[in-house]
Design a protein around this ligand. Structure first.
Ligand code: ADP
Ligand code: MG
Length: 273
């Protein structure tokens, strides 16, 4: 059974401290949700778990079944069963969706195992159908010209074929209309089960109407500031975050408070000052 343990995680980008001591343990069979306003470090946490090179871990640890994740390259993390559905998936013109996915699935095979092409195509077609995606998607370039909603569905399609042990879905609900939200929600909840540990990162509780989360966390100022059950999610939905900021004595929930220097649309105006 997969267990991802994150302890006292600190990370920075360009000398800016973003994560300031994150603690969370995700076990197979559990679904966690991290909620929180914009700019509190949620996507940074997801990027650091997958090993995005821009972020430097300065303190703390991440282990998967006792193995040091921070020592692994990103592809090793994926092979170990970690998966991230990105908030803003990249477009890669020149690489077709099917070539990308085939390579990704092959990478996850054990040594000596070979991809059964017929089975791959069959499960790809089924996943396209489940997600109500167009049949020409496999032949189009990866996310190239895809709408926001199509990109999100494509992330879930990858998850369906890659069958991760621990999956992080970063704002999988953003940019989805009501119908797409239901399709994505139903497909993710169909994957919930004792083999999967799930971390949902979201602003809103609406996706959590489709995907049941057992444990709800709130992130502010680069750490998890509160953990609770579904009642916490309902309270946030009804009342927002102000009550929590008051309870914690937090004035600004963001990690970095933008400096207040005015933005000059015409730089010559700035020189004139
Ligand atoms: P959230 O996902 O909660 O909205 P993020 O983790 O995306 O928050 O961002 C937290 C803060 O870190 C923001 O102020 C953001 O501008 C900053 N940040 C995140 N990634 C980068 C980066 N690659 N370069 C510069 N600043 C970054
Ligand atoms: Mg984010």
């Amino acid at each position: 059974m997969a267990t991802l343990i994150i302890k006292d995680l600190h990370a920075k980008v360009d000398d800016k401290d973003i994560l300031k001591g994150v603690n969370i343990t995700i076990k197979a069979g559990e679904t966690h949700a991290i909620m929180g306003p914009n700019g509190t470090g949620k996507s940074t946490l997801a990027s650091v778990i997958m090993g995005h090179p821009r972020y430097e871990v300065t303190q703390g640890s991440i282990t998967l079944d006792g193995e040091d994740v921070l020592e692994m390259a990103t592809d090793e993390r994926a092979r170990a069963g970690l998966f991230l559905a990105m908030q803003a998936p990249m477009e890669v013109p020149g690489v077709t969706n099917s070539d990308f996915l085939k390579t990704a699935v092959e990478t996850r095979l054990e040594e000596g195992e070979h991809l059964a092409l017929f089975d791959f195509i069959k499960s790809y077609d089924k996943a396209l159908d489940d997600l109500k995606m167009a049949s020409d998607v496999p032949h189009r370039y990866l996310n190239d010209g895809f709408s926001g909603g199509e990109k999100k569905r494509n992330e879930i399609l990858q998850m369906k074929l890659l069958k991760p042990r621990i999956a992080i879905l970063d704002e999988i609900d953003s940019g989805l209309d009501v119908d797409a939200l239901k399709i994505v929600g139903d497909n993710v909840s169909a994957m919930q089960g004792e083999d999967l540990g799930l971390l949902m990162i979201t602003h809103y509780q609406r996706i959590l109407e489709y995907i049941n989360a057992d444990i709800i966390h709130v992130m502010m100022q680069g750490r998890i500031v509160k953990t609770g059950d579904q009642s916490l999610m309902k309270k946030i939905d009804a009342q927002g975050y102000d009550w929590l900021k008051e309870e914690l004595g937090i004035d600004d929930e963001r990690v970095i408070v933008e400096d207040k220097e005015p933005v000059f649309l015409n730089p010559s105006k700035k020189e004139a000052l």
